[in-house]
Design a protein around this ligand. Structure first.
Ligand SMILES: Cc1cc2nc3c(=O)[nH]c(=O)nc-3n(C[C@H](O)[C@H](O)[C@H](O)COP(=O)(O)O)c2cc1C
Ligand SMILES: C=C(O[C@@H]1CC(C(=O)O)=C[C@@H](OP(=O)(O)O)[C@H]1O)C(=O)O
Length: 380
């Protein structure tokens, strides 16, 4: 079973990850991981922090000579900003009054987190509730992706809406979706991209923030990842949990999820056909590649809605937790819009879950064992 843990505070020394259950003999390309880390950092609408950080993975265990050993893969990603924060973030001794936060930001975990853990300094909450943690999940997804690519399973993401600007066209073509990589907002259409940039600029100039929508497409997943036999093994449920756990994500849709709800069955379900050479196939993919909690062999299509960033330069009303007096919320340095970055995180989180399910179905101790089981998997 593939599992992982992440650790690290946003302005602490570093972020860390441990992946356990990853098979042996899988070649790992560190440059590919660093490329995915850079993809996550980019995106129009990010704030000053991304100018400081240059995320790179340092593998500490579980990989030897470029191949996995089957032992836990431990790694770290340094926080360059730590040198500016050591005084406030040192694990042993800190300036407790400096950088203290007492005015919770509506929309962030500040108030609920402080009450839950009994903190009088919200910094103790925000350091870990911050989406800085998504750098680790991106690195884990990038390692998982390298296993999946060996079997022809690949993912892509693109942004379909930022604030009120959205891409009207539904794009299924995987190669075309990859064009999003060229865009500063991770959107395939250059005209929509321009409008999205203007929308971000407008929000920024008024001290406001924006959310949006992104899509993830995964091709090459075999029939039968996940299972219908138990609720916590359903692939759509597992993907929804993983994606919903990304900071700021508030809605998940599989295939035509919300659109389908207002249509009739005959307009939604994908008819089944058979070809003697290639087997079963569909002429449509409104199910988004998942039926009955299992992949059905079509592309997996997921859509995520991200709420606007909570930290506002034009802050909302809040209450000081020390004095209980009304105040406006604290202003931390912040992104205006992080939907393009969240799309990369979503892609990586989804690939991690696909890899977990792939290993449940085809897993073995080594790549060779998996290849054997993969080769022997037959359709009825
Ligand atoms: C890549 C990324 C960057 C983010 N950047 C910021 C930010 O700069 N400021 C902020 O207040 N929230 C930011 N967020 C969103 C918050 O982390 C998130 O809204 C918060 O943790 C509350 O969690 P929830 O929205 O899931 O309830 C970011 C989210 C992501 C995925
Ligand atoms: C550090 C990252 O994102 C951060 C996520 C975040 C938040 O509140 O979630 C707040 C900001 O942190 P800071 O106040 O240090 O600028 C973002 O920059 C990152 O994505 O690597």
């Amino acid at each position: 079973m593939l599992r992982y843990l992440t650790a690290g505070e946003s302005h602490g020394k570093c972020l860390m990850g441990i992946i356990e259950g990853f098979p042996a003999n899988v070649p790992i390309d560190i440059e590919m991981v660093n490329t995915d880390l850079r993809r996550r950092q980019k995106g129009y609408g990010r704030g000053g922090r991304m100018e400081i950080e240059k995320d790179e993975i340092e593998i500490l265990s579980g990989v030897r000579g470029g191949k996995t050993l089957g032992s836990p893969i431990a790694f770290r990603i340094a926080n360059r900003d730590y040198e500016n924060w050591e005084r406030y973030m040192n694990p042993l001794e800190v300036d407790v009054e400096g950088r203290k936060v007492t005015k919770p930001r509506p929309g962030h975990g500040d108030l609920a987190g402080a009450i839950k853990y009994g903190f009088h300094d919200i910094r103790n909450v925000l350091e870990r509730s911050s989406a800085r943690e998504t750098a680790v999940r991106t690195a884990i997804g990038s390692i998982a992706k390298q296993l999946l690519l060996i079997f022809g399973i690949a993912g892509v993401s693109h942004v379909t809406a930022i604030g009120g600007v959205s891409l009207r066209e539904k794009i299924e073509d995987f190669e075309r979706l990859k064009m999003a990589e060229q865009s500063s907002v991770h959107c395939v259409d250059p005209l929509v991209e321009q409008k999205m940039i203007q929308e971000i600029e407008r929000a920024k100039s008024t001290g406001d923030s924006l959310g949006g929508v992104f899509e993830i497409h995964i091709k090459g997943a075999p029939v039968g990842l996940g299972s219908y036999v138990h609720w916590d093994r359903k692939l759509d449920a597992r993907l929804a949990q993983g994606l919903m756990s990304i900071q700021g994500i508030k809605g998940i849709e599989v295939g035509w999820g919300f659109v389908g709800a207002s249509l009739q069955g005959s307009q939604v379900h994908d008819e089944i056909f058979y070809n003697a050479n290639t087997g079963y196939y569909r002429e449509s993919n409104r199910a988004g590649g998942i039926e009955g909690g299992m992949s059905n062999g079509e592309n997996i299509v997921l859509r995520c809605a991200m709420k606007p960033i909570p930290t506002l330069y034009k802050p909302l009303k809040s209450v000081d937790i020390e004095t209980k007096e009304p105040f406006v919320a604290s202003v931390e340095r912040s992104d205006t819009c992080a939907v393009p970055s969240a799309a990369i995180v979503g892609e990586m989180v989804a690939l991690t879950i696909i890899a977990e399910e792939f290993l449940k179905k085809f897993g073995g101790d080594s790549l060779e064992e998996i290849e054997e089981r993969w080769k022997n998997y037959k359709s009825i």
